[in-house]
Design a binder for this molecule. Structure first.
Ligand SMILES: Nc1ncnc2c1ncn2[C@@H]1O[C@H](COP(=O)(O)OP(=O)(O)OP(=O)(O)O)[C@@H](O)[C@H]1O
Length: 294
């Protein structure tokens, strides 16, 4: 007997090793992700809505935006780990980085063909495939539009049902707008959880669509509203950085010393110049700085 086939005939979720664990994800986000209430909300809501449907009407498309070190890569890896047990190592999780996969502007037409075939082939192999597009702001404009047919609600493309796939775009684009809105809110004495997602989504979409340096420049993906969830990563404050230092010390099995936490947090640059509120590098350099102060 093929036990896998037998199990699959009784369960709906057995699709090329796809085993979503939303509770586990929610729990890990609550414990390890610092200062990103909107991310938790958007991500969990998006996934729940999508995974509840046995036959979704379109693939799930999310776009992560925010300045450096705010947790975009961290969250995407965590998300993937809670969808496929092998996480980023799963053969059904595909990462694309413009610098690695699409380095030369003069080869864009070839990249378009390759990308289309790659996605089509992998969706034929596993409808639950996850595609991660990193550093979207470094992507040649126009290239990403080749995947538009895979993101919409059509039933099949080239004979493949692709509606169960998940696409995630990651970029720094829109980060400035997010930072400005968060700063305005702080100046108005409002809580960061009170940021209106609608306002932020509109500002981010406009910023990436109108920026010639963005992979989404004049992109049909934005114009046709193919992104289901825009996920804004807010700039991190000093107390968030301190929490990152504590998390990192615990993870490295080191003693959590107040002095070290303070020194690492103090060594990081903050903006704006006057108030020095938000970390310019988020928590990105925390791990490497710990060895200097411990
Ligand atoms: N909000 C956060 N909560 C907890 N840890 C964080 C957070 N943001 C960043 N970190 C820590 O900093 C490291 C670097 O963050 P990450 O790579 O996710 O940043 P990023 O937003 O993808 O930045 P970039 O735009 O430069 O790629 C993570 O591995 C994690 O340890």
């Amino acid at each position: 007997w093929d036990l896998r086939a037998l199990r699959c005939s009784f369960t709906a979720d057995c699709e090329c090793g796809f085993g979503p664990d939303l509770r586990g994800l929610e729990c890990e986000l609550a414990v390890t992700l610092v200062g990103q209430p909107l991310v938790r909300r958007q991500l969990m809501e998006g996934l729940r809505q999508f995974l509840e449907k046995r036959s979704p009407e379109k693939p799930l498309v999310m776009s992560f935006h925010g300045s450096t070190g705010t947790g975009k890569t961290f969250v995407s890896a965590m998300l993937v780990r809670h969808l496929f047990p092998e996480g980023l190592q799963s053969p059904h999780v595909h990462q694309f980085s413009p610098i690695v996969h699409f380095p030369h502007a003069e080869h864009v037409e070839r990249y378009k063909e390759n990308l289309k075939h790659w996605i089509q082939g992998n969706l034929t192999n596993c409808g639950r495939s996850v595609f991660l597009f990193e550093e979207m702001d470094k992507m040649h404009p126009g290239l990403i539009d080749v995947i538009m047919p895979f993101l919409g609600p059509s039933w099949v493309v080239y004979g493949t049902n692709y509606r169960k796939a998940i696409f995630i775009f990651i970029s720094n684009a829109g980060g400035e707008q997010i930072n400005e809105m968060t700063l305005d809110l702080w100046r108005a004495h409002q809580d960061r959880e009170e940021i209106s997602l609608q306002d932020m989504e509109a500002a981010i979409s406009k910023a990436v669509f109108e920026n010639p340096q963005s992979g989404f420049w004049r992109s049909g993906i934005i114009h046709e509203h193919l992104i289901d969830f825009v996920v804004p990563f807010l700039p991190l404050k000093r107390h968030h950085v301190k929490q990152c230092v504590i998390n990192e010390l615990v993870q490295q099995g080191l003693e959590v010393r107040h002095g070290v936490v303070q020194e690492v947090a103090d060594s990081i640059p903050y903006f704006p110049e006057e108030e020095k509120l938000f970390s310019s590098t988020g928590c990105k350099t925390v791990a490497s700085r710990i060895s200097f102060f411990f």
